[in-house]
Design a protein around this ligand. Structure first.
Ligand SMILES: Nc1ncnc2c1ncn2[C@@H]1O[C@H](COP(=O)(O)OP(=O)(O)O)[C@@H](O)[C@H]1O
Ligand SMILES: N[C@@H](CCC(=O)OP(=O)(O)O)C(=O)O
Length: 274
């Protein structure tokens, strides 16, 4: 048997403050069942990382996916109000499961529901940042999702409903996190959509989001995911512009975070050339 030694990234900087975003496609199986294994491993890994002295924030999707399961629905409804109602049901259950899993590792969590435009208003931004700082000071892990029942794509709301990739980048840059890890159902950024192109290969390092890079991105590959690669690249651009790093990796086993933090060459690292 040939054991391949994974190479260590020379560009990777060990973070002090980490944001991890996990997508619906990692939390819900393709048949709509909840992926309790991943949820448990996520709680274990983040608790262990926090326990070793890193400040950790979790941005989690899954409210709609969990809500569909709760309501025994197989399809996401088209009507926005129905999606919002299902998210309201699912968010409760999602937090109940996460709370229980984190509690089993003696890790306190605190829920923060955000809309993308919160950071545009100085007073709401200050209040939100104060909440993050206090939770982190208390050793708690802030658990963030979009406030789905008030997020709509119209008038004074500036972004589309349901984009936690960009929300995670917004949070990461606002709280000055050194690293954003986006966990999805794919191993990284591929040179073509891996679900439609069998020869597609992962790209280990991207130092700039050029037009050519943007052109590699397709939409979501699952019934439950929303943004696909397009929103992940927008997130990467925001993080790179703020002088920080982002890693996109497969969230099937969140213990992969230990290897990412050890600098191993896993997934795609987005980092500007120093
Ligand atoms: N160039 C690409 N490289 C990797 N994945 C891609 C690419 N273009 C499109 N995708 C799709 O993006 C999907 C991940 O996004 P999404 O389904 O929204 O997941 P999540 O729920 O984790 O946000 C992949 O499963 C894949 O089908
Ligand atoms: N706020 C929505 C998530 C929207 C979203 O961005 O989903 P995903 O593409 O799976 O990260 C929910 O919790 O279902």
């Amino acid at each position: 048997m040939v054991v391949q030694k994974m190479s260590i990234r020379s560009q990777f900087k060990m973070p002090k403050r980490l944001v991890v975003k996990i997508g619906t496609s990692s939390l819900i199986y393709p048949d709509g069942q909840l992926n309790l294994k991943t949820m448990d491993e996520l709680a274990f890994t983040l608790s262990a990382v926090q326990n070793r002295g890193l400040e950790v924030v979790l941005v989690t999707s899954g409210a709609i996916g969990v809500g569909l399961d709760q309501m025994h629905l197989t399809k996401r409804p088209v009507e926005i109000a129905r999606q919002q109602a299902i998210a309201a049901i699912g968010q409760n259950e999602l937090m109940a499961i996460l709370n229980q899993r984190f509690a089993s590792y003696s890790q306190q969590i605190g829920q923060i529901l955000l809309t993308h435009d919160v950071m545009d208003y100085p007073i709401s931004k200050k209040n939100v940042l104060n909440t993050f700082e206090q939770l982190l000071l208390m050793g708690a892990i802030p658990v963030v999702n979009e406030n789905d029942s008030v997020s709509v794509d119209e008038m004074d709301h500036l972004t589309t409903f349901g984009d936690n990739d960009q929300l995670s980048a917004l949070v990461a840059t606002a709280i000055d996190a050194d690293l954003l890890i986006i966990l999805s159902d794919i191993d990284g950024l591929f040179d073509a959509d891996p679900h439609t192109c069998t020869n597609a290969k992962t790209i280990p390092l991207i130092d700039e989001i050029t037009e050519a890079v943007v052109n590699l991105a397709g939409g979501t590959g699952t019934r439950f995911g929303t943004g696909g690669m397009v929103t992940k690249l927008k997130a990467a651009k925001r993080v790179i512009n703020a002088g920080h790093q982002m890693v996109l990796a497969n969230g099937e086993d969140p213990k992969i975070i230990f290897d990412i933090l050890a600098g191993k060459s896993i997934g795609t690292l987005f980092a500007a050339d120093c």
